[in-house]
Design a protein around this ligand. Structure first.
Ligand code: ZN
Ligand code: FE
Length: 251
């Protein structure tokens, strides 16, 4: 049975995620922006772990309150202990993490912040603000080189991997993607679906790695159409990524 993931909308456009380890019944939340919506979704279950992809307040804002209420352990990037409220267990790519009987891979994907990580378990990847559906997070602490390295690392995940990201930015991301690649048929088809979902305020999450590879411009610096749009036919992948990110910043 695949991992059960419950979406918990937080703040205006954040998603936290509740996950239960099926064999032990341990219960974790990924990136709790705030405590109350998580408490509501728990509906009486006991929270045992809090997982953080990075230190931003809209991802760790509920840590201390949930930890105080449930005694949950906080798991986050070991490189960034000073910025993760209440952190108990620092993890990195070498350590990984064990969620009950389930092995969790940790991917170091610095770009949005210098110590950003993703949690990967049972065919699901929690990518925080480094990889969004059809987009990526702003480069607050990283460089375009780091971003492209992070994207290449994420693209080694199997195509069927379900992608759970930190925000519902999909519609705007898709509009930007179309501005670069208007003839991408997969992108147009996906946008038609996303527009329908958002028209009734339904989530566009999860995505899959296959879908991201086909439609996310930050995974597609090799695309001839994107390169033509940007006037960067001969540039390196990193140069294309850098220009794509620069344009998205002011889109
Ligand atoms: Zn962030
Ligand atoms: Fe965020």
């Amino acid at each position: 049975m695949p991992l059960n993931v419950e979406l918990v909308p937080c703040l205006t456009d954040n998603y936290a995620y509740l996950i239960e380890e099926p064999q032990t019944g341990l219960c974790a939340v990924v990136d709790p922006s705030e405590a109350e919506p998580v408490r509501r979704q728990l509906a009486g279950r006991k929270l045992t772990h809090i997982l953080n992809t990075h230190h931003h307040p809209d991802h760790v804002g509920g840590n201390l309150e949930l930890k105080a209420q449930f005694g949950a352990e906080v798991v986050g990037p070991g490189m960034d202990r000073a910025r993760i409220p209440g952190i108990d267990i620092g993890v990195d790519e070498a350590s990984g993490w064990q969620f009950g009987r389930m092995k969790v891979r940790v991917l170091e994907i610095p770009a949005h912040t210098r110590s950003h990580i993703a949690f990967v378990m049972d065919g699901a990847a929690f990518t925080g603000d480094t990889l969004f559906a059809m987009g990526c997070g702003r480069l607050f602490e990283g460089t375009p080189e780091m971003l492209w390295r992070a994207m290449e690392k994420l693209m080694t995940l199997p195509d069927a991997t379900r992608i759970y990201c930190g925000h519902e930015y999909t519609l705007n991301n898709g509009r930007f993607a179309l501005s670069l690649e208007p003839d991408n048929a997969a992108l147009r088809a996906r946008m038609a679906e996303v527009e329908q979902l958002r028209a009734r305020s339904a989530p566009t999450i999860p995505s899959t790695m296959a879908l991201e590879k086909a439609t996310n411009p930050f995974l597609r610096p090799h695309s001839a159409e994107i390169r033509r749009t940007l006037g960067l036919e001969q540039a390196s992948d990193v140069e294309v990524i850098a220009e794509t990110r620069r344009r998205k910043d002011s889109f």
